[in-house]
Design a protein around this ligand. Structure first.
Ligand code: ITT
Length: 195
């Protein structure tokens, strides 16, 4: 069983493959010859996730899923949220994005935050959606060297360590992406869709 994961982010691909490897074969955009950036023109995770999956389904005629993730910080009214990839301006500049979060959270007491992932799946033109959330807090400085994006400044509730201090398997067992992918898998395993 094969499914395309429509993402340009190699870290997302790595996390998804490690969770899905014994269940289905994940193809990357490279595997199907899609080299271009995917469009993300909306201001909700749900719309952007669907836009990315729909772009690949329409242009490459393959069943696929995509995901959009946001870091939502209470004290910043949900920012960076849907703009997480380009919070500081340049798309995907994790260091600049973390610097800006730390600056905006300086001296802020309420550090509650969550990661939210929306997966959009398209199979034979039919659209499905899955959500994953992990709650936690924004640290005062970077801790740890693993993971990607905002992982060094996010500590999930119930743990003493940041996401960037956790082995991939541990992060995935509690993360937003892990939860959304487990919902995707249980849908695929329990439904009669062919992919
Ligand atoms: P695609 O759209 O191609 O999938 P992207 O990197 O642009 O890749 P998003 O639009 O979903 O992905 O942006 C989300 C940003 O949030 C991303 O750039 C990361 O910096 C950050 N992010 C996403 N998942 C994360 C995680 O598990 N841990 C830490 N940061 C994460």
């Amino acid at each position: 069983m094969k499914l395309v994961f429509a993402t340009n982010n190699p870290n997302k691909l790595k996390e998804a493959k490690s969770l899905l490897s014994n269940k289905l074969e994940i193809l990357s955009l490279k595997d199907i010859g899609c080299e271009e950036e995917l469009p993300e023109t909306h201001d909700t995770l749900e719309e952007n996730a669907f836009e990315k999956a729909n772009y690949v389904y329409t242009n490459y005629s393959v069943n696929c899923f995509s995901e959009d993730t946001g870091l939502e910080i209470d004290a910043l009214n949900g920012a960076p949220g849907v703009y997480s990839a380009r919070y500081a301006g340049e798309h995907g500049n994790a260091e600049a994005n973390m610097d800006l979060v730390l600056k905006n959270m300086k001296d802020v007491e309420n550090r509650a935050a969550r990661f939210r992932t929306i997966i959009s799946l398209i199979i034979d033109g039919k659209k499905y959606q899955f959500e994953g959330i992990v709650t936690g807090e924004i640290l005062k400085e970077r801790v740890g060297a693993d993971g990607f994006g905002y992982d060094p400044i996010f500590r999930p509730n119930g743990y003493e360590t940041s996401f960037a201090e956790m082995p991939l398997e541990q992060k995935s067992s509690i993360s937003h992406r892990g939860e959304a992918i487990r919902k995707l898998v249980s849908f695929l395993m329990s439904s009669s869709v062919n992919y």
